[in-house]
Ligand binder design. Structure first.
Ligand code: NAG
Ligand code: NAG
Ligand code: NAG
Ligand code: NAG
Ligand code: NAG
Ligand code: NAG
Ligand code: NAG
Length: 416
């Protein structure tokens, strides 16, 4: 017995020795991995500008040679951060930004004077970025909303350039998860010119009346998945813009808001390339739209290989919607456009298993261009009823071609 015990002790000792030797040999073992913004001078009193501390913590983490350096924004603290860019590339192949406390934007638009008023926080050119935690980005957008030209078009000095809260620009292989973002001045999260991005477990909220406060906007990007998130804002829950492909949206609860939108595309008469967009398991509650595609008459190119599947609707105004006839009238309003010979070709769009209630009569509204019709549309297993008992809903198609199968209620209006 004694001998055995001794051997075990020796064994443990040997292991400790080996482990100690190994860790002494590892090149980065003593290097720092946690970069707490408090250690870089953040006051966290919600009043002092903490931007320099955030910037310094990021620079230190980004230039660290450790595995997965982590910027930490600790709990039970209120930080105030002015418009700021977290610039990559970083030395390590991965870097984390862990938010447990609350990061506040300045509430006064005057802070943006002399700065780029399009953005609040930018992560630019970073690979292997992980933004996570259970903390909050608070955009304090209400003063901006009061200035917004979309809500106050006749107000002298109204603002058309308003900051997006979280900008992921030129990033790759990155994840944003478990974050709360509230009351952004404009879009809450933008993924632009990026690839292989996962956005999951997000909670995004702003008042239903707040202008242009889209939840997540994706543009000029490839391989993006938005998953398992709750989005309730004043504009689109998720919107997908120009030159985007392989974009998936799944397990999202959307509403209030304007629904999930592809577009508007081709606004400047440019050539659009949008394809492989898959939207599934989205529950819409009291939104103005469900699944929508909107393109400008003057646009060119295509939006194709799009699917909307396993969707539920509760009192949604326009559940299934395509408008290929966006135009600006001379007075700045939209709609009632003169036919044009151009258009973005919409094709191979599948609607499958879409059930629930509509708060307007037009449950299916597909208004396609007379010059570049919609083709290859399929409708299957659709059951949409009015949210008012005894009322009928309708389907209305213009230049929309395709096939239907299974139950389609209201009945399909597609042309063959
Ligand atoms: C870096 O992050 C990516 C994406 O989040 C992940 O797949 C990969 O395993 C991470 N690598 C390391 C070394 O942590
Ligand atoms: C938030 O995250 C921190 C760190 O991961 C954890 O200690 C804390 O319990 C979490 N708080 C909540 C409310 O989930
Ligand atoms: C995305 O990036 C392009 C190119 O820089 C820019 O023109 C566009 O305004 C950006 N979109 C958003 C929503 O930030
Ligand atoms: C999106 O979904 C499609 C079809 O289910 C799948 O083939 C593709 O890999 C997914 N892409 C992403 C980025 O999740
Ligand atoms: C997406 O969310 C669903 C539902 O929570 C989950 O089952 C699935 O694993 C998630 N997928 C990814 C890639 O995160
Ligand atoms: C389709 O859009 C055109 C152009 O905006 C409009 O004039 C027409 O009334 C719309 N059709 C329906 C059925 O609403
Ligand atoms: C129908 O939807 C409208 C708009 O969301 C809502 O105001 C109304 O209360 C709903 N009616 C019923 C019976 O749910």
């Amino acid at each position: 017995m004694k001998a055995v015990v001794r051997t075990e002790k020796l064994g443990v000792f040997a292991l400790m020795l080996i482990f100690g030797l190994f860790s002494a040999d590892l090149p980065f073992s003593s290097a720092q991995t946690i970069f707490n913004v408090l250690d870089y001078g953040a006051k966290a009193d919600g009043k002092t500008d903490d931007s320099n501390a955030f910037s310094a913590a990021w620079k230190a983490a980004c230039s660290a040679a450790t595995q997965n350096p982590t910027v930490v924004v600790p709990s039970s603290k209120d930080f105030l951060v002015y418009p700021l860019t977290f610039q990559g590339p970083c030395k390590s192949s991965n870097i984390s930004f862990q938010v447990i406390g609350t990061i506040n934007a300045p509430s006064s638009p005057s802070v943006w004077r002399g700065r780029n008023a399009r953005r609040w926080l930018i992560f630019h050119g970073v690979t292997g970025l992980l933004i996570t935690g259970n903390g909050t980005f608070n955009g304090h957008g209400s003063e901006w909303w009061d200035l917004s030209c979309s809500d106050h078009p006749s107000m002298v000095g109204c603002a058309t350039i308003i900051p997006v809260a979280l900008n992921i620009i030129h990033c790759k292989h990155s994840t944003i998860s478990d974050i709360y973002t509230i009351n952004s001045a404009r879009y809450h999260v933008v993924v632009n010119q990026s690839s292989d991005i996962l956005v999951k477990n997000m909670h995004i909220t702003a008042p239903e009346s707040s202008p242009n406060t889209d939840g997540i906007h994706i543009e000029l990007s490839q391989n993006v998945l938005v998953n398992n998130s709750v989005i309730a804002t004043g504009d689109d829950c998720v919107s997908i813009g120009e030159l985007s492909s392989n974009i998936n949206v799944s397990y999202v609860t959307c509403g209030p808001g304007h629904g999930v939108s592809i577009g508007s595309l081709g606004r400047y008469g440019n050539s659009v390339k949008v394809e492989n967009i898959h939207v599934k398991k989205v529950n819409f509650k009291g939104t103005t739209n469900g699944v929508r595609i909107k393109t400008w008459q003057i646009g060119l190119g295509y939006a194709r290989k799009i699917s909307f599947e396993h969707i539920t609707l509760e009192s949604v105004k326009n559940p299934i919607y395509i408008d290929q006839n966006y135009c600006n009238n001379f007075d700045g309003t939209r709609g009632n456009c003169e036919p044009k010979s151009t258009g973005v070709h919409i094709s191979e769009v599948t609607y499958d298993d879409i059930v629930g209630t509509s708060s307007s009569n037009a449950a299916i509204y597909l208004n396609c261009s007379q010059s570049v019709a919609c083709t290859g549309i399929t409708l299957s297993n659709i059951k949409i009823e009015s949210n008012k008992s005894g009322q009928q809903v309708t389907s209305e198609c213009t230049n929309a071609h395709g096939t239907d199968s299974g139950v389609v209620q209201p009945k399909s209006c597609l042309q063959s």
